[in-house]
Design a protein around this ligand. Structure first.
Ligand code: CMC
Length: 428
């Protein structure tokens, strides 16, 4: 293969280098396009063909259904690693030794107390506030309580801010749920594992012991691992672009949480359950909703189906489907919503509309079902996604700062009015 791509504009040829990734992916390096062509830019709404950065964190091949963090397959990590090992791997590039893992966990625990004044902010939210709005505001508020900005040239400073946010974020997640449920806020229990502590902080009733269920702990650990990173998706790109202005880590993360909220991204897990509920309330006729999803005049989409990158299957969905079956069997859950989900899945997998467009169930089709079985309210599902995605956002932010990437600033093709004279208000 040649090392360059040639672009011909108005009879003039311009050569651009081809760059290759370690998995043989090829990109045309257009850094000099504007200067070489006298101002021509590329236009690519939704960035479907645009690489915004070079990254060594996550590799995914949507055609083959491959997802790897730092070279390790998602299947192996979900089976053999715990969430903190995966967080360490994503952020620092290597799996931790036992000593590194223990120190990492101890450091996270030592930073997990959230300033008590943050409770006042939690108190000020109405109970009806959407948990994602609360979580992004609280994450942003942490900036006010931890004013020193991160010196990205100091590994120690960087490490301290990483363990600080990994310690405090689960507390904010739990407080978001406790506020919603009218329960007193709690700081957790440092004798527990990361995931056990999250569950206890979320669900402990003030007047009784919280009993851990290993099946739930393992399923949540797996869910968090599966959501931990997904290269340059909407929220991660947001974190990188906000961070590229040298805004702080917590501010960048808070922006990422807002981006995750949307139903086409992390909000899909909530949208899936709401869709299943709506179908149930409407009599459970899945065929009617399949027809709506295929009708181009109807804005309805089958939530939890399709993916920007995975066009054959979502490897995370395969893993989580098995975990969902285990959790439901262990908890003895019988839920009419599940029959509707299974019906939709079966019909979609056999329907030419979905097959031709390569629309398969994605991770969020199943994650909501597990969260529901765990007793997590529907509007908290995306908060759980954020908890899982946190290490990925941190890793991407850290990589972006260490690589000294320039501020993100896309161009545009202007299609508005050309110059016109101002008319005074009396003449309009
Ligand atoms: N239901 C019905 N039709 C669909 C769906 C769907 N869920 N998804 C895509 N299509 C159709 C779409 O109408 C289009 O048809 P046509 O070619 O006839 O115009 C074709 O499939 C391609 O769709 P697209 O919107 O161009 O695909 P995209 O890559 O831009 O969008 C997506 C990907 C995930 C936004 C989209 O599939 C979708 O809206 N899915 C439902 C929401 C969802 O489950 N999102 C969670 C994604 S996984 C979590 C994460 O990583 O964030």
């Amino acid at each position: 293969m040649s090392n360059t791509a040639t672009l011909e504009v108005n009879g003039q040829k311009h050569e651009f280098p081809l760059v290759k990734g370690t998995e043989d992916e090829v990109a045309i390096d257009v850094k000099t396009l504007r200067s070489a062509t006298g101002g021509i830019i590329t236009i690519d709404p939704g960035y479907k063909n645009t690489g915004s950065c070079e990254s060594g964190i996550t590799f995914l091949d949507g055609e083959k259904g491959i997802l790897r963090y730092r070279g390790y397959s998602i299947e192996e990590l979900a089976e053999k690693a715990d969430f903190l090992e995966v967080a360490y791997l994503l952020i620092f590039g290597e799996l931790p030794t036992k000593e590194q893992h223990d120190k990492f966990h101890a450091d996270i625990k030592s930073k997990s107390v959230v300033d008590d004044d943050v409770r006042k902010i939690v108190d000020a939210f109405p109970k009806s506030a959407h948990p994602m709005g609360v979580l992004s505001s609280l994450t942003s508020a942490l900036t006010a309580f931890n004013p020193s900005s991160v010196n990205v040239d100091s590994e120690e400073d960087m490490y301290n801010s990483v363990v600080k946010i990994l310690g405090k974020f689960p507390v904010l997640v739990a407080w978001t749920l406790r506020k919603k449920n009218g329960l007193p806020l709690d700081y957790g229990d440092n004798s527990l594992g990361y995931v056990e502590n999250v569950l206890k902080m979320m669900f402990k009733q003030p007047n009784e012991e919280y009993v851990q269920n290993k099946v739930i702990v393992d399923a949540l650990d797996k869910l968090l691992i599966l959501h931990a990173d997904h290269e340059q998706n909407c929220s991660t790109s947001t974190v990188r672009i906000v961070g590229s202005s040298h805004a702080g880590l917590f501010a960048s993360l808070s922006a990422g949480i807002s981006a995750l909220w949307g139903p086409l991204h992390g909000g899909a897990n909530q949208a899936v359950l709401e869709m299943l509920e709506a179908i149930r309330e409407d009599g459970g006729d899945t065929k009617k909703y399949m027809a709506k999803a295929k009708d181009k005049n109807d804005p309805f989409r089958l939530m939890g189906f399709g993916h920007r990158v995975y066009k054959n299957f979502d490897p995370r969905a395969k893993i989580i489907k098995v975990a969902a079956d285990e959790v439901l069997a262990d908890l003895g859950v019988e839920d009419p919503i599940l029959d509707i989900a299974k019906g939709l899945e079966k019909e979609a997998l056999e329907d030419p509309y979905f097959v031709d467009r390569k629309l398969y169930p994605n991770v969020d089709f199943y994650s909501g079902i597990i969260y529901r079985a765990m007793g997590i309210p529907t509007d908290m599902f995306t908060v759980m996604f954020a908890l899982g995605r946190l290490p990925g956002w941190i890793a991407q932010w850290r990589e972006m700062r260490l690589r000294k990437e320039p501020i993100g600033r896309p161009r545009q093709l202007y299609i508005g009015e050309t110059h016109r004279a101002f008319k005074p208000i009396s003449k309009r």
